[in-house]
Design a protein. Structure first.
Length: 367
């Protein structure tokens, strides 16, 4: 946490670059405009941190469409964008129709991946006569490559998460429950400057650690020699994501074997990360080690995923994933082995793809 605290707002120069990429997509798609309705995509492109708002992007103009609740906030956060503010007497879709008509838009790209069937139907009815062009994850693909502001913010988020878990680890006592640990993590993350946990912490004692996405329970940590904790912080909207095994009793031979297998798999995967490598190949680097150790059927999820404004973003690293890693991507590397009625081991770190390889952003010991 020695680095300078990141700015709370995205630099205008970076917002301009993001917006220019969207304009390039409008040209590529040969459409008159692009309607952005996913709140996080609106935030990514404008810096506006509220919700219930759309971005109507055209080759030469951008309109942030919102309502009077956010008028002051938008004036503070988005100084270089045209704004259309509706009142309670006007619906967002009717304002959208007026904007589309007023700007002579004949065809409109939309974010099909984030629209419900009902919402798309409502948009089509309101914009009768306008051709809607479905797109798939275009802005999400842009978000997969983090810029300097995002990387700095993610670093800070990781630092908060690591400081928080150090406090939790020092305070562990046998009578604490999974739920108490999860609640204490949330509180400690906020104390260190995080907005909240990046997701509900996963705390699994012994056999409950075999649930990769289990919910914390009233089980005390003294019920087993080890506990799995998967947690992350959110800072300025950006997430972090880490997992560690904490041994609270005697280390059995079985625990040592499973842990060392997972650690070896994780280190092999991390070492393979570089620009241009297929995401499935990174997954394979870890999975092959777990398979050779005889635990193939006990590693059922993908190796990792991108994260940023959301805890799960592109790229996805799994056996069936396509595509490759590129500089600026930030991914988790989290192989695991889950044995019913015994427990599970997962080790997770956050890794940045650099121009010539990778950088492990998380610094917690894995002893």
């Amino acid at each position: 946490m020695s680095r300078q605290l990141p700015k709370t707002t995205v630099p205008k120069s970076l917002l301009a670059k993001r917006q220019q990429k969207l304009r390039a997509e409008i040209k590529r798609l040969e459409v008159d405009a692009f309607l952005v309705t996913d709140p996080l995509n609106v935030r990514y492109l404008t810096g506006f941190t509220g919700d219930s708002s759309y971005l109507l992007a055209m080759p030469r103009r951008l309109f942030l469409m919102s309502d009077s609740r956010y008028e002051i906030q938008i004036a503070e956060e988005c100084t270089d964008i045209d704004v259309d503010i509706r009142t309670a007497k006007t619906s967002t879709l009717s304002r959208l129709a007026a904007m589309v008509s007023g700007n002579h838009i004949k065809n409109l790209a939309i974010e099909a991946e984030s629209m419900t069937c009902l919402f798309r139907k409502q948009v089509a009815e309101e914009l009768a006569g306008i051709e809607l062009i479905d797109t798939d994850s275009i802005i999400l693909q842009h978000r997969a490559i983090k810029d300097s502001y995002e990387i700095d913010t993610i670093r800070w988020s990781i630092g908060i998460a690591e400081r928080a878990i150090s406090v939790i680890r020092a305070q562990l006592v046998g009578t604490q429950t999974e739920l108490e640990i999860a609640h204490n993590l949330e509180h400690t993350i906020r104390q260190f400057g995080g907005q909240r946990c990046a997701f509900d912490p996963i705390v699994g004692v012994g056999p409950r650690a075999a649930l990769p996405h289990g919910y914390p329970s009233s089980m005390q940590i003294q019920a087993s020699p080890f506990v799995l904790i998967d947690w992350g912080a959110q800072f300025n909207g950006y997430a972090s994501d880490l997992t560690r095994i904490f041994v609270t009793g005697r280390i059995s031979a079985k625990l040592r074997k499973v842990y060392e297998t997972v650690l070896q798999a994780q280190m092999a995967a991390i070492e393979s990360i570089r620009p241009g490598i297929a995401v499935a190949e990174v997954d394979r680097a870890a999975r092959s080690i777990i398979e050779r150790a005889g635990y193939a059927k006990h590693f059922g999820h993908g190796l990792g995923h991108g994260f940023g404004l959301q805890i799960h973003e592109l790229p996805r690293m799994a056996p069936t994933s396509h595509g490759a890693l590129h500089p600026g991507m930030v991914v988790t590397v989290e192989p695991g082995i889950y044995l019913p009625d015994w427990g599970g081991v997962r080790i997770e770190d956050d890794v940045l793809v650099t121009e010539d390889g990778h950088e492990v952003l998380s610094t917690l010991t894995k002893e």
